[in-house]
Write a protein of this length. Sequence first.
Length: 288
Amino acid sequence: MTTPTETRPPAPETQTHNPAATLPTIHPTAIVDPRAVLADDVVVGPYCIIEGDVTLGPGCKLVAHACLKGPLTMGANNMVYPFACIGYDPQDRKFSPDTEGAGTVLGDRNVLRESVTIHRATGDHPTSLGDDNYLMANAHVAHDCKIGHGSMFANSAVIAGHVEVQDNVILAGGAGVQQFCRVGRLSMLSGNEGITKDLPPFCIVHHTKRVGSLNVIGLRRNGYRDNIKPLQQAFDLIYKAGLTTPVAAYRIEQELGGDPLCAELAAFLRTADRGITQYAGSDTMYSA
């Protein structure tokens, strides 16, 4: 969910559009399908493979050995590093490779580091990434996932099929998310931790399959310092008051609904069909 006050971090290592360029730069060792549509200033490095119906917007750069398969659309200024594989078949035994499907869609200014894998959809809606995401080496996005804007997946972070990741999320190294889960905005999953239920917005998991605290540092960095105190009250209603999730959502709406982030949190709770990640029970919540 994107809010009007949200700011997205600048993405380093991206190629800016060069209006003077007239033709894509394609290394002689690269293989480019004649069905591919490349903007005039796209750079395709050595030993890259572009297969099928692939569209690359202005300023995209494939460094080397990158493999892309359509249906795939990328917006502007995306950077793809060696051995990344984007748009290939899902790791789903029921899926037929002959299925065309909705494919994969990326927005603008995404950085996909070495050996990142993003698999195409099995259904009618494409696997999608928004803008300004940074996926580090060996990160994996499975089929039918939906990723928002400004998130960072550290090395070997993985999300299974049909996962939704909202904006400005951090998945630390080796973190994992089970299929069909949602990861709320401005939340964080610590290294080598995994979740099997929804992770509410603005929270941080630093215990095994448990929420440890509010993501105070992330809130400060994104300009939400004034929202921290009401969010801490909402956090207590969810995790420390002994309430069911629907009752906690109702209490947050009634008592804290004037705060837009608390209202967003309550709305997330009301649609958490899989339940939410449980509380670690420790006294580790940071001070505002």
